[in-house]
Unconditional design. Structure first.
Lengths: 224, 434
């Protein structure tokens, strides 16, 4: 009988504890939840529910609305920012500082701009180091559309077939070696990465100016 | 006399006079002569007609793929117009040649058709293809004509469906089912064989002279209670139940505060399997912060739109999920993704230090992300898990001048033992807790 009793206790403990692990939408049981829920703003973990974690709130937090009750432990968002984001949007015309002291790229995004950009000189040299860095960046940002050799045959550009079913492709990726593109300058490439051209959308927000110049260097080697 | 009025009576009145037929033939001959004259003129001014020869078509196809495909399709409007029927639509073949060789000059000359075209396509200037010869352009036209006459195939996006992934998922479980059925069959066969052995042993023993007691043992009935009350059976049952219970309790205790396996539903059913796995888009294309800062960053909507401005039909979910991105982009609203990997506030982690400096692959911590339709937390993210890796991993010191002196000192002290992360302070409390 004692054996049966201890078995029952063990089993019920196991069943209860099995509910503690995380799965699907359930984060699982948190040990000391105060430690998981940051009081300071955390990236990508915005909690807008003011009453979340009320049961363990032990200190008085300020009220989020005039004359209201203080918010609870888990609340983590900023009511003054657009969409109650934790992050503040940058003021317009903010310029990022860079190690080289380069000024922001100000050539406009139009056909005159493209002609002006055409005459720009790449501030980087053609050392093996720059080209190797350019290759890594090209493989990160470009080759899924433009292909490893710049022939416009990347998997996104050319489309893929999975289990015999043809999947969507991004139409209109050019061949770098075509007559129209073979002789473009590095400045032209820089300008197009920044603003996009025809079907290609701007990539200036993803790739820093220095990296864009590195990619331009590498792309020219693909066109030879 | 127009051709229509000449033609109608011939069809309606079958008993027309011989004269009328003669008259018709006569005028037909005349118009044929006129037509051939026209053709001759067109030959002299347009130099040639669009060829239907396979050689010209293949040559044209190559030129088309190398030079035109980026902006033009035969049946589909892209940057520039769809080219099917261009030879009939454009003012003349000669005009097409001039436009391809130097479109801006044609537009500048005030040509009405060219100016309209230029305005219709958002004033996008077509590149001047000065290197293409007249015959190259004729070959391209031959290719376009042959492609235009082919029966239309449905666009690739429409063929996509859920079928592919569904069959994939079924494959694994089917395999398991076969193994299970095989095992059941083997077990049944074993029981039958054992039954045969028992009965033959009984027959063998019956032929021997046996005492009453021995006979009772041989013929004792096998009942359910005799099995359950046997010591061996009880021991096995208690052992299995005890061991399983113990394991579950320990596992349950260890799972408290650990979010491994957490796979929340996201506002958009984004699939890493499709993007990183099938299309092989580099992780860093979207997670742009991973080489530069603490957070790997979740891509902003404009990065999604770099592809999804054009790709509007999804592989798994059709247009619904991609439509959410387009809507968010148009309304300028951020998408509220659910964060999966939550490190407690008391521990500091920096992606750039691990991925950029240390050269750690994404999959080392995040698991086979390129196979996940829904992302789940792959690693424990406990302190023991961090420390374990810091003990095992060599410092990625190659080509990094920052580590030169440390490597030197380490060599003096430890000789050939490789420099691990723990050797340069990877286990110090204040490295992560401050």
């Amino acid at each position: 009988m004692r054996l049966l009793k201890s078995l029952t206790i063990g089993f019920s403990a196991a069943v209860i504890l099995a509910g503690c692990s995380a799965e699907g939408n359930d984060q699982g049981t948190e040990y000391a939840p105060n430690m998981y829920h940051s009081v300071a703003y955390e990236p990508y973990s915005q909690i807008t529910d003011e009453d979340a974690g009320r049961w363990l709130t032990s200190i008085e937090y300020p009220a989020t609305v005039e004359g209201g009750e203080g918010h609870a432990e888990y609340y983590n968002s900023n009511r003054f920012n657009p969409n109650r984001m934790n992050m503040r949007e940058l003021p317009a015309n903010t310029v990022r500082r860079n190690a080289q002291g380069w000024l922001p790229y100000r050539i406009p995004n139009d056909s005159t701009g493209l002609r002006l950009a055409n005459r720009l000189k790449n501030p980087l040299d053609s050392s093996a180091q720059v080209l190797a860095a350019g290759k890594v960046l090209y493989e990160t940002y470009c080759d899924h559309c433009h292909g490893a050799k710049g022939e416009g045959d990347g998997k996104v550009g050319a489309g893929i077939t999975v289990d015999g079913v043809q999947k969507s492709a991004y139409a209109g990726v050019p061949n770098y070696k075509s007559d129209a593109l073979r002789n473009i300058s590095e400045g032209h490439i820089f300008h197009v990465i920044t603003y996009g051209k025809n079907l290609m959308w701007p990539h200036g927000s993803q790739i820093s100016p220095e990296d864009r110049w590195r990619i331009a260097k590498y792309v020219k080697t693909l066109q030879k | 006399m127009s051709s229509n009025s000449r033609f109608v009576p011939l069809v309606l009145e079958t008993d027309t006079s011989f004269n009328m037929i003669k008259n018709y033939l006569h005028s037909a001959c005349k118009s044929f002569l006129f037509l051939s004259f026209l053709v001759l003129i067109s030959f002299s001014s347009y130099s040639q007609e669009i060829s239907t020869e396979p050689a010209a078509i293949t040559a044209g196809g190559q030129i088309f793929n190398a030079n035109c495909k980026a902006c033009h399709r035969v049946q589909q409007k892209l940057v520039g117009p769809a080219l099917a029927g261009v030879e009939q639509r454009a003012p003349s073949i000669d005009w097409i040649k001039r436009f391809i060789k130097n479109s801006s000059a044609v537009i500048a000359s005030g040509d009405e058709y060219a100016v309209n075209l230029y305005n219709e396509y958002n004033k996008t200037q077509m590149t001047a293809f000065t290197s293409l010869k007249d015959e190259d352009i004729m070959n391209v036209l031959a290719y376009i004509k042959s492609e235009a006459e082919k029966p239309a195939t449905p666009p690739p996006g429409q063929q996509t469906g859920t079928g592919g992934t569904a069959t994939n998922a079924g494959g694994g479980s089917e395999y398991l089912n076969v193994i299970l059925i095989g095992m059941v069959i083997i077990l049944i066969l074993l029981v039958i064989i054992l039954g045969f052995i028992i009965s033959s042993l009984k027959r063998f023993l019956d032929q021997r002279p046996l005492s009453e007691e021995e006979k009772e043992v041989v013929h004792s009935p096998i009942t359910f209670s005799s099995i359950t009350s046997s010591r061996g059976f009880l021991f096995i049952v208690v052992f299995i139940v005890g061991a399983l219970g113990f394991k579950t309790v320990i596992n349950g205790l260890y799972s408290v505060g650990i979010q491994k396996g957490y796979a929340p539903k996201q506002p958009i059913a984004f699939s890493h399997k499709v993007h990183a796995g099938q299309y092989e888009i580099d992780c860093k294309y979207c997670h742009i912060g991973v080489m530069k800062g603490k957070s790997a960053t979740i891509p902003s909507v404009n990065i999604c739109m770099n592809c999804h401005n054009q790709i509007k039909t999804g592989t798994n979910t059709g247009e619904g999920e991609i439509g959410k991105i387009v809507r968010a982009f148009n309304e300028n609203k951020p998408i509220e993704w659910v964060r999966i990997h939550n490190l407690p506030d008391l521990a500091y982690f920096n992606h750039a230090q691990h991925v950029n400096v240390g050269g750690v692959e994404c999959q080392t911590c995040h698991g086979p992300i390129e196979e996940m339709d829904v992302v789940r937390q792959h690693s424990l993210l406990t302190m023991g898990w961090c420390i374990d890796c810091h003990r095992k991993t060599d410092v990625n010191s190659k080509g990094n001048a920052y580590y030169d002196k440390m490597v030197e000192i380490h060599k003096e002290r430890e000789g050939k033992n490789p420099m691990k992360v723990e050797d340069i302070g990877g286990l110090e409390c204040s490295k992560c807790h401050y």
